[in-house]
Write a protein that binds this ligand. Structure first.
Ligand SMILES: Nc1ncnc2c1ncn2[C@@H]1O[C@H](COP(=O)(O)OP(=O)(O)OP(=O)(O)O)[C@@H](O)[C@H]1O
Length: 263
């Protein structure tokens, strides 16, 4: 896969408001975000932490172009987000795969939908499946894959579009501890190599400190930025880092900010 230029993938969120109508006349409108600002540098790994309901998924959906703000602006490389686009890859907690397609056909789905059909794209898809350790499972259907394998297949499906920005909503939240660590290692390795911009939502403070360049702790409702932490830990990062004093100290600071955001 071609490396992604690090100067691409700047994300900006300006004064964004997003509300949801109540289900009935009596049910009040819910204000998920109000006056929300965020800048993510090209190639930066930003983690979003915050209490349930503070608007993290709402923000990711807006950046993905799955929904529109009431007001304010969201842009990638200065281009306003007007809908979904292949330059923004989205990964959710539940891997999105079509059950009736093989692993390889799932990966090729996006390029085919854009009428990219040549040998090049097929080679890229096969290469990616190798990279994610599914080289031998290209003909398997999703139900024949383990949970971790399905996550990796969904990853390959997103990466084949060579996104400049990866939007990840608790992608490893449902995995067992061992698979989760394996996926974190895999993501770190991939990001070290390609340096795409990542916006990563998690509830796990340790995961945020291990992965992120910066952590934005949100509070709500409506969602606001409560604290921002620069994580200046050396890279490449390995799991052993979590045992160091520096890591433990940072983790405590972030956890305290998160606890305050629940107050
Ligand atoms: N489609 C929707 N319709 C109505 N209300 C919604 C919708 N999506 C989100 N909300 C509301 O907007 C607010 C923010 O929700 P959101 O899912 O963004 O929070 P979150 O921080 O991602 O929460 P969690 O950590 O639990 O996933 C909540 O009050 C939620 O009930």
């Amino acid at each position: 896969m071609t490396a992604i230029a690090t100067e691409q993938g700047a994300v900006s969120v300006r004064n964004v408001r997003k509300s949801f109508a109540g289900r009935s006349r009596k049910a009040r409108e819910r204000l998920a975000l109000d006056g929300f600002d965020l800048d993510v540098r090209p190639g930066e790994f930003l983690c979003l932490l915050g209490p349930s309901g503070c608007g993290k998924s709402t923000l990711l959906n807006l950046l993905a172009g799955f929904s529109e703000p009431d007001s304010g602006e969201l842009a990638v490389d200065g281009v306003p987000v007007k809908g979904p686009g292949p330059e923004r890859g989205v990964l959710f907690q539940t891997p999105m795969l079509f059950p009736w397609l093989t692993t390889l056909d799932n990966v090729l789905y996006g390029p085919r939908a854009r009428h990219e059909r040549g040998d090049d794209v097929r080679r890229r898809a096969v290469g990616l499946l190798d990279t994610v350790g599914l080289g031998r499972s290209q003909d398997a259907y999703p139900h024949e894959l383990s949970g971790g394998m399905r996550h990796r297949a969904a990853f390959a499906r997103v990466l084949v579009n060579q996104p400049r920005v990866l939007l990840m909503d608790e992608p490893f939240g449902a995995l067992d501890a061992i698979t989760r660590v394996a996926m974190q290692k895999f993501l770190l390795h991939l990001w070290e190599r390609d340096r795409m911009t990542v916006v990563f939502v998690t509830h796990d403070v340790e995961e945020a400190v291990l992965l992120g360049d910066r952590i934005c702790v949100m509070s709500g409702t409506p969602g606001r930025t409560r604290a921002v932490f620069d994580i200046d830990l050396p890279r490449p990062r390995e799991l052993e880092l979590t045992d160091t004093l520096e890591f433990v100290h940072l983790k405590r600071q972030v956890r305290e900010a998160l606890e305050e955001s629940h107050a």
